[in-house]
Ligand binder design. Sequence first.
Ligand code: GAR
Length: 197
Amino acid sequence: MRRARTAVLISGRGSNMMALVNAAREAAYPAEIVCVVSNKADARGLEFAAANGIPARLIDHKAYATRDAFEAALDACLRAMKVEVIALAGFMRVLTAGFISSWDGRMINIHPSLLPAYKGLHTHERALADGAKVHGCSVHLVTPELDGGPILLQAEVPVLADDTPETLGARVLEQEHRIYPQALSLLATRIISEDKT
Ligand code: GAR
């Protein structure tokens, strides 16, 4: 079975990347993780990828004079690996419209809120400050509008009276690890089926 060649982009811990790598261990899973790329040298996820036999690359944005130069290096790395799908997993660098449009329909992101609520950062703090009763996470296609692309999957969690950003975030993260592999599977299946049409 053909599997969609997928890169996972990270900036830190990489727990969502690990969930994707673990899902892709299954032979029937429609995506294969062919590389993990970090823009930060200290991203803990890089070690996990290397230890699991997945090419792990550092493309440090600080080593490039401009955003365009950084993205050109990133794009060249992805094209060299014949990547078809990009999964952003805690990748904390805003990408330009030019880069995003060149991967149109082939790049997804996981975000820790029920979009369109709480785009951007500090989502758990903001949900608690608002007295939200329900919170969660979303996987969406990446478009030039930050955290604004079409939603593929969402999962809800309850907000409990004694929640802190940490306890709420942990409850959301559990759901991220569940839905991100499902969402990548949906996109990869679509991309593979496009080959046949
Ligand atoms: C995750 O909660 C992810 O949803 C969030 O960063 C965390 C990364 O954790 N992403 C964003 O906030 C994107 N704007 P991980 O490195 O363990 O996957």
